[in-house]
Design a protein around this ligand. Structure first.
Ligand SMILES: NC(=O)c1ccc[n+]([C@@H]2O[C@H](COP(=O)([O-])OP(=O)(O)OC[C@H]3O[C@@H](n4cnc5c(N)ncnc54)[C@H](OP(=O)(O)O)[C@@H]3O)[C@@H](O)[C@H]2O)c1
Length: 281
């Protein structure tokens, strides 16, 4: 549709290869641009610096899609340089900092011609199945879920619930401020993504598991369906509203009660700001 799209990714070679595939796969000349923008969400300073570079480069930002995530840490309990477990660092804290740093630009874009400014956070239905609900300390963020059946999946779900809590807190604050910026959260559906294939490749006889997963999961071509809808459907579409949770096939559904708990949302928001202050970000 002629948009200028920045693909924010950490690896320049792979990002440029992906852009090349898009160009060769039918993005005709004149249909906008796709440009790589360096972003590593694992490191708080780097996420902030990436957003600052964007602000220095562009005068408007209409749509921000926070899609990247570490969908499984493959059982390795790694921390970033500030001692935050990788799953929380990549899936919550990095996107939080990146978005916070871009918020002023998103706000100023609402004043420009033809603007309909949105933040799309990619959540997960896994947020509904989190048993450990503490979000007010570094120890809580680093909870290893050691005694659970699949600890890395528990860490992933915990970080995704953080994203839902943050989205709901942000939606409320934007409404209170009568901001024209809209934030929505999506669930892409069960997608046989590269990340899923990579995780299945760790099991004995991977082709079998990948084949079985292919029977129940959707192909990658559908992976962006809910996010593109949330980003682009007109505001008078009944599914589109501040804080809506967009689920396949593009319908607004209720989030789990744990995500709607305002006390928990505030606990996460307050500790996040306290933590960022403590590390000077
Ligand atoms: N697949 C599903 O069934 C499913 C279900 C529910 C929700 N989701 C959500 O959908 C989104 C996409 O997931 P996916 O299945 O497509 O996963 P994926 O294939 O693993 O893709 C994740 C993307 O995140 C990027 N990423 C990881 N760590 C990063 C970092 N430190 N900095 C910047 N980018 C980083 C990866 O880049 P690299 O290539 O550099 O690693 C990759 O492009 C995620 O938010 C996930 O939680 C997926």
């Amino acid at each position: 549709m002629g948009a200028k799209v920045y693909m924010a990714a950490r690896d320049e070679t792979r990002a440029k290869e992906a852009i090349d595939r898009l160009d060769k796969g039918g993005r005709d000349p004149g249909l906008g641009q796709v440009i790589w923008h360096a972003l590593d969400l694992r490191d708080s300073r780097s996420a902030k610096e990436s957003a600052e570079r964007f602000v220095a480069r562009e005068k408007r930002l209409d749509i921000l899609v926070n899609n990247a995530a570490l969908i499984t840490d493959l059982g390795k309990l790694q921390e970033n340089s500030d001692g935050i477990l990788e799953s929380m660092a990549v899936n919550y804290l990095g996107p939080y900092i990146f978005t916070r740093t871009l918020l002023q630009l998103l706000e100023s874009t609402t004043l420009l011609d033809g603007a309909d400014v949105r933040i799309i956070n990619v959540g997960s239905s896994g947020h509904s199945f989190v048993k450990y609900l503490e979000y007010g300390s570094k120890d809580a963020w680093n909870h290893p879920f050691k005694w659970y059946l699949i600890p890395n999946f528990e860490r992933y779900k915990y970080s995704k619930l953080a994203m839902h809590l943050w989205t709901n807190d942000l939606a409320r604050r934007l409404s209170e401020q009568q901001s024209k910026v809209m934030v929505l959260i999506t669930q892409p559906g069960a997608i046989l993504s590269d990340g899923v294939i990579h995780s299945l490749s760790r099991l004995p006889y991977p082709p079998l598991w990948i084949w079985l997963a292919g029977l129940v999961m959707h192909p990658q071509t559908l992976g962006a369906y809910t996010s593109v809808f949330a980003a682009c459907a007109p505001r008078d579409n009944p599914e589109i509203s501040q804080g809506a949770y967009i689920y396949p096939p593009n319908v607004a559904v209720a989030q789990a009660p744990a995500a709607l708990d305002e006390v928990r949302q505030r606990q996460l928001a307050e500790f996040t700001e306290e933590f960022l202050q403590s590390i000077g970000v």
